[in-house]
Design a protein around this ligand. Structure first.
Ligand SMILES: *[C@@H]1O[C@H](CO)[C@@H](O)[C@H](O)[C@H]1NC(C)=O
Ligand SMILES: *[C@@H]1O[C@H](CO)[C@@H](O)[C@H](O)[C@H]1NC(C)=O
Ligand SMILES: *[C@@H]1O[C@H](CO)[C@@H](O)[C@H](O)[C@H]1NC(C)=O
Ligand SMILES: *[C@@H]1O[C@H](CO)[C@@H](O)[C@H](O)[C@H]1NC(C)=O
Ligand SMILES: *[C@@H]1O[C@H](CO)[C@@H](O)[C@H](O)[C@H]1NC(C)=O
Ligand SMILES: *[C@@H]1O[C@H](CO)[C@@H](O)[C@H](O)[C@H]1NC(C)=O
Ligand SMILES: *[C@@H]1O[C@H](CO)[C@@H](O)[C@H](O)[C@H]1NC(C)=O
Ligand SMILES: *[C@@H]1O[C@H](CO)[C@@H](O)[C@H](O)[C@H]1NC(C)=O
Ligand SMILES: *[C@@H]1O[C@H](CO)[C@@H](O)[C@H](O)[C@H]1NC(C)=O
Ligand SMILES: *[C@@H]1O[C@H](CO)[C@@H](O)[C@H](O)[C@H]1NC(C)=O
Ligand SMILES: *[C@@H]1O[C@H](CO)[C@@H](O)[C@H](O)[C@H]1NC(C)=O
Ligand SMILES: *[C@@H]1O[C@H](CO)[C@@H](O)[C@H](O)[C@H]1NC(C)=O
Length: 851
């Protein structure tokens, strides 16, 4: 059965011309679905009292040369202070007295919905307490197509279901904390190489010569079933903002791609908030405006190769574009309304703190306008916003650690007599935790990747300090060597120890920083700083070697994983400020490990089948996603490749048994959508004066150098626009949040008994996979639950399967279709990992008898 997708307008504009001249760009005007209706009423009322330039102020940030606050929307006439926006998913970027959270990767490794929410709640509360209205977080693009991808630690997992849950929980949490969540990056931004022209052509020794950012080319079905999947969860959870990405999609910039922004995100998915560009991802003024972008970040066009601060594709250019008719007034009204709707949706009109810090600048006093050196004043109040969030960060760290090997109960440790702690990754960096700008180096223990997804550490509990503090309780002798290359010292120290903990890492980050020859994306999947050799040296002299890895993604372990002297292996991800404490919780058994791998650990790099494109294959590098749906375990399962550790794998200090699978069919009734009967009035607000002389620089304010204002120069010629695509209004604003509401109906309930057959209390992540047939991967995750079970006890575990979980995307009807309506029996598999699935059942095709 094919069910109706409300975005009927989809069929109109599907062409993909380079710039779309002659096309129709259908702009969905939101009417404020569901719980957004009040916010929309307030936003409309607010926006409709604004002048043209006041509306432009809401859409255009004031520029990097202008202010530390990233402010926009200052409207003195109404006493509106404007909005502040800042990074990042790991904390409030560029300030002090705020927390350094675990990476998104660790949230995925935890498979714990509550911790996903709680950590994001804390981060949202901190942004708010600093006076920041919106955070560029969380991250679900990259999804993780290439394990080498530099930013995959900021996001979650190449599995769209796990990522969708984590993204949805993170958005709900951050917004409950009071900050607008700006989900990023939309979409198909799967590698750093060639994401921007200047960045990559200016990397001296590489001397690339690309002419445009890479184009990610992906078919419609893969886009929906893999890369868009988690975005539905984001919209469903009320995401207030979206950041469009650096790359092109089908050779059109993401930020001016009407198919992606208007048709899919605002139309099909019913996104109610605003779309903002990334720093340099806007490549046009008019086209981005009518393709659906609502806000421009920073303002400058310079990252695209146009020199000079204080100029913008929007700002004065947007004012001009409205005056000359190339951007309709209703589009500007819609932009401003969407931005203000998010503001009211979060209740930021009441008791929102004043901005009390200067982004990226720590001294107390400074210039309000640093480029112009104007207004020397107090710019930082150093407000401590950390609250008790350290507890959450510690819990995320310990509950995300994945135990990969544990021979004969090596772990948990019980009062070892002598311990050796080996490796640079075990101790502090001699430069301090914030020693390198945006964490762009790998010195000392690694607890965060590099780039704009980073934050300043208020402190970093390194593993050695935490281990020493704990070990002293047992009178354990602790020796350590932090130099990876001190072979002789290491050999002599480890020979004396009853247990040897050896630490190693690998790092990655955003493409504007290069570390040790890695330009954002990792060059390889092996350990850094001689880690593999180090582990082998320790194991050669210590028959009880425990390996601890900190890394942004999968690493290869073949050099040592089968060594009988390697008795335990822990993968700890990038755990943030409480790193050492979280690790000690697991090492000593205060917490039984319960993390599971959010991706596959392969035996060979080539086994993944996908990789970063490191050399341009054309002046506009083309990334064809020819593997379709088959990334990570979907590919290993399909191609019959044996991984080292499969997706979903992770050991515990106790053991579990899966019993009594039951599948219940619930009502297949569809939630129907009350289609709006009124068409949206194209003029959202009363028309403004379109007389240019009303919008020239007012004599009453003095212009600050490099600051972006909305005003046009007195002599600006309001030229007749060249041929551009025709922006039209989507007469019926589409859908509900998260698309057709019937997608979210629960159709089946699956239950089982989970029995703790070991001797320790522990949490287990039960996983449900479906065989959906119809050219889908052999099995796909469609449910998980983390359950605490006491020894000798059993718990009932329940999975709800929604219509979307049992559907595939039909490109002909442009809708989701339940596979049972295509005659497919759905195989239901439940167990402890993607390759350990002891329970099996069937959901029969429609019409088939239920067994
Ligand atoms: C736009 O914002 C700037 C500050 O960023 C302010 O000086 C100016 O008055 C605002 N313009 C309007 C029309 O409100
Ligand atoms: C880059 O490409 C352009 C156009 O193809 C060419 O004119 C220029 O010489 C090239 N520059 C380098 C450094 O290869
Ligand atoms: C990209 O092109 C492919 C192949 O033509 C098509 O299936 C897909 O729908 C296009 N996607 C977008 C977002 O335009
Ligand atoms: C308008 O945008 C163009 C780029 O399209 C840029 O060169 C110009 O400086 C902008 N004007 C202003 C006033 O920012
Ligand atoms: C585990 O312990 C048992 C009993 O002490 C011993 O026989 C066995 O060899 C050990 N296994 C390994 C892999 O060390
Ligand atoms: C710091 O790390 C960088 C690589 O990130 C490395 O090149 C450098 O040698 C390290 N410095 C020290 C003192 O370890
Ligand atoms: C992998 O990359 C790291 C970091 O750049 C480097 O130290 C290591 O030598 C590389 N491994 C191999 C096998 O080339
Ligand atoms: C294991 O460690 C012992 C020393 O404790 C050493 O004699 C032996 O060679 C090691 N085995 C391996 C495979 O490295
Ligand atoms: C990518 O796909 C397009 C369309 O099928 C094809 O023309 C092009 O050659 C492919 N590029 C690469 C590098 O494979
Ligand atoms: C399903 O729909 C039918 C027909 O409208 C109705 O009689 C029935 O009560 C519904 N069942 C559930 C469980 O909502
Ligand atoms: C569209 O692209 C064509 C060819 O690339 C170019 O001539 C034209 O000026 C572009 N139009 C716009 C509005 O950018
Ligand atoms: C759990 O399994 C054990 C061993 O099979 C059994 O003795 C025990 O009764 C089970 N507990 C429950 C609550 O089912």
């Amino acid at each position: 059965m094919i069910f109706f997708v409300v975005s009927v307008f989809l069929l109109i504009a599907v062409a993909n011309a380079q710039n779309g001249t002659g096309e129709t760009y259908n702009n969905p005007i939101s009417s404020g679905f569901g719980n957004w209706s009040q916010a929309y009423e307030k936003a409309r009322a607010f926006v409709c009292q604004l002048t043209l330039t006041e509306k432009v102020n809401l859409t255009t940030q004031t520029g990097t040369g202008a202010t530390y606050g990233y402010e926009l929307g200052i409207i003195p006439r109404l006493g509106f202070r404007g909005l502040a926006l800042d990074d990042s998913p790991t904390g409030v970027r560029g300030t002090d007295y705020s927390s350094a959270y675990a990476a998104g990767l660790n949230l995925a490794m935890s498979w714990d919905r509550d911790l996903m929410f709680l950590q994001s709640y804390g981060n949202g509360a901190e942004h708010k307490a600093k006076g920041n209205n919106a955070a560029y977080a969380p991250v679900v693009g990259p999804l993780g197509r290439a394990p080498e991808g530099g930013r995959i630690w900021e996001s979650y997992s190449p599995d769209p279901y796990l990522s969708g849950v984590a993204f949805g929980q993170s958005i709900a949490g951050m917004q409950a904390g009071g900050t607008i969540a700006i989900g990023k990056h939309f979409v198909l931004y799967e590698q750093e190489h060639f994401r921007q022209v200047r960045e990559w052509n200016d990397y001296g020794i590489l001397s690339f010569n690309i002419t445009q950012p890479y184009s990610a080319n992906c078919d419609d079905r893969t886009l929906h079933e893999l890369y868009l999947w988690p975005w539905y969860d984001g919209v469903y959870n009320g995401m207030g903002g979206v950041m469009c990405s650096y790359n092109q999609v089908n050779n059109t910039q993401s930020c001016q791609n009407t198919r992606l922004l208007n048709d899919i995100l605002k139309g099909e998915m019913g996104f109610q908030g605003f779309i903002v560009s990334d720093d340099g991802s806007q490549h046009s003024g008019v086209l981005s405006a009518i393709a659906g972008m609502d806000m421009t970040i920073l303002g400058e066009t310079s990252p695209n190769g146009i020199d000079g601060l204080g100029i913008s594709f929007w700002g004065p250019n947007l004012t001009t574009s409205v005056l000359n008719g190339s951007v309709p007034e209703w589009r500007l009204d819609d932009m401003a309304t969407r931005i203000m709707a998010s503001f009211f949706y979060l209740g930021q009109d009441e008791n929102f703190p004043e901005l009390n810090f200067a982004q990226g600048y720590l001294p107390t006093f400074g210039y309000e306008y640093p480029t112009a050196k104007v207004d020397y004043t107090q710019v930082n109040e150093h407000v401590d916003v950390r609250d008790a969030h350290a507890q959450t960060i510690r819990a995320v760290g310990s509950n995300s650690i994945v135990l990969l090997k544990n021979v004969n109960e090596t772990l948990p440790l019980s009062a070892p007599r002598q311990m050796a702690v080996i490796g640079e990754d075990a101790g502090p960096s001699m430069y301090g935790p914030n020693g390198c700008s945006d964490r762009g180096c790998d010195n000392g223990t690694l607890a965060m990747g590099w780039g704009s997804g980073s934050t300043n550490f208020p402190y970093l509990v390194d593993p050695l300090s935490a281990i020493q503090a704990r070990a002293l309780q047992d009178r354990t002798v602790v020796q350590y060597v932090l130099n990876n290359y001190a072979s002789a010292t290491i050999a002599s120290v480890v020979q004396q120890a009853s247990v040897c903990l050896v630490f190693a890492n690998a790092d990655s980050g955003e493409g504007y920083i290069e570390v040790g020859g890695n330009y954002g994306d990792r060059n390889n999947l092996t350990l850094w700083l001689g880690g593999d050799t180090l582990i082998q040296e320790v194991a050669a002299n210590c028959s009880n070697t425990v390996v601890v890895i900190h890394a942004p993604g999968p690493i290869l372990m073949e050099d040592w994983i089968d060594n009988p002297n390697v008795t335990a292996v822990l993968f700890a991800g990038l755990p943030g400020q409480e790193s050492g404490n979280s690790l000690v919780d697991v090492l000593y058994g205060a917490v039984s490990p319960s993390g599971k791998l959010p991706w596959t650990i392969a035996k060979n790099r080539s086994d993944y089948g996908t990789d970063v494109l490191y050399q341009p294959n054309a002046p506009v590098p083309q990334l064809n996603f020819t593997e379709g749906l088959f990334i990570d375990y979907r590919h290993f399962d399909d191609a019959g490749i044996e991984p080292r550790f499969e997706f979903g794998f992770g050991l515990s200090y106790t053991s579990f048994q899966y019993q009594n699978l039951q599948i219940l069919a619930l009502s297949n009734n569809k939630t129907t959508l009350a289609m709006p009967t009124t068409t949206v009035n194209p003029s959202i607000c009363p028309s403004q004066s379109l007389n240019p002389s009303d919008y020239t620089f007012p004599a009453t304010i003095s212009s600050i150098t490099d600051y972006i204002y909305p005003y046009i120069e007195a002599n600006t010629s309001i030229y007749t626009p060249q041929a551009t695509p025709t922006p039209t209004i989507n007469a019926v604003a589409a859908g509900a949040q998260g698309g057709d509401p019937a997608l979210w109906d629960v159709l089946y309930r699956v239950q089982l008994q989970l029995n703790n057959t070991g001797s320790k209390a522990g949490q287990e992540v039960s996983q449900l996979y479906l065989e959906l047939g119809n050219d889908t991967p052999p099995r796909q995750l469609r449910g998980f639950n983390k359950t605490m079970v006491q020894p000798g006890e059993a718990q009932t575990v329940t999975f709800d399967l929604r219509r979307r979980d049992v559907s595939i995307w039909d490109i002909v009807s442009q809708s989701w279709v339940e596979v049972t309506s295509l005659g497919t029996d759905i195989g239901v598999l439940v167990g402890a990992s993607s390759r350990n699935l002891p329970l099996r059942g069937v959901i029969p095709a429609q019409g088939a008898p239920y067994v």
